[in-house]
Design a binder for this molecule. Structure first.
Ligand code: ADP
Ligand code: MG
Length: 256
């Protein structure tokens, strides 16, 4: 028997909003090295589950295990430090910084960040900045954004911004990256870029992803396994080809 290596292990999680049970005794796992997709109809509880995993919502019952440790109730910044990363839109205040500077801004456990280090070990802090810059340049190269690295983030196209958001997760040591509808508003061509980069991060760099996405083509291309949620519960799990072949699920939840 080979034991399953879960980065995320959701155990019997329930979350109610007043009389409505958004997540209902739900259990699911995200395997290390996988790109696991989460799909289901509107109101299925996907976003609520994601927010519970990411520490934005505390469940009424159940546990979230992250890399073997119980992290139920931890705040997002604590999970971030532990290596659980979520992409965020480039905030307005960062749009006046260049693409490269946006990457260099990502907080980490860098010694140079602490004031005491700056005061007492200026040389070390400075070399650390060089290190961060080098890493940012590597990320820019990996994402093939070299030609826009000195552009202000606010001037980047929608797709380039998404790549930059992805790039920010590469600046720290992520054990898992959560993607919440990363394809929304991105045109088809740039979507292929984005998907290609997610695949390369997974295959070449070993990143694990947990993805909520409405675009079924993207889910089919990227994700294995795909977990189907409905009415707060996991109702199916498997490769997209298997999910698509399941007539009961397709009819009930995805129209014709
Ligand atoms: P999905 O992301 O799959 O569309 P959600 O997790 O957003 O589903 O929502 C699941 C159910 O919980 C829905 O019925 C939704 O209306 C409800 N819900 C979500 N968030 C809240 C909230 N903050 N307050 C009240 N009800 C909520
Ligand atoms: Mg949602």
């Amino acid at each position: 028997l080979v034991s399953f290596d879960a980065v995320i292990d959701v155990r019997n999680v329930t979350k109610r909003f007043g009389g409505l049970t958004a997540v209902d005794n739900c259990s699911l796992q995200v395997g290390r090295g996988s790109i696991t997709g989460l799909i289901g109809p509107n109101g299925a509880g996907k976003s609520t589950l994601f927010n519970i995993v990411a520490g934005n919502i505390v469940p009424d019952h159940g546990q979230i295990m992250f890399d073997g440790a119980d992290v139920t109730g931890l705040a997002p910044h604590q999970l971030f430090r532990a290596g659980m990363l979520r992409t965020f839109q480039i905030a307005h205040e960062f749009s006046h910084m260049t693409a490269l500077e946006n990457l260099m801004m990502v907080p980490g456990d860098q010694p140079g960040e602490h004031l005491s280090n700056v005061w007492f070990r200026p040389h070390r802090a400075r070399s650390r900045e060089t290190e961060v810059r080098k890493k940012a340049l590597d990320v820019i190269d990996f994402l093939k954004l070299g030609h826009v690295r000195n552009e202000l983030a606010g001037n980047l196209s929608g797709g380039q911004k998404k790549l930059l958001e992805l790039g920010r997760t590469m600046m720290v040591d992520a054990k898992i990256v959560l993607l919440d509808e990363v394809a929304a508003g991105v045109n088809k061509t740039l979507l292929q870029d984005l998907a290609g980069n997610i695949e390369r991060m997974n295959r070449e760099l070993g990143y694990t992803f947990f993805v909520i996405e409405h675009d079924m083509d993207l889910i089919g291309r990227l994700c294995d396994p795909v977990i189907v949620m409905a009415q707060g519960e996991k109702i199916a799990e498997g490769p997209m080809s298997e999910i698509r072949a399941n007539e009961a699920i397709v009819e009930a939840y995805f129209g014709s």
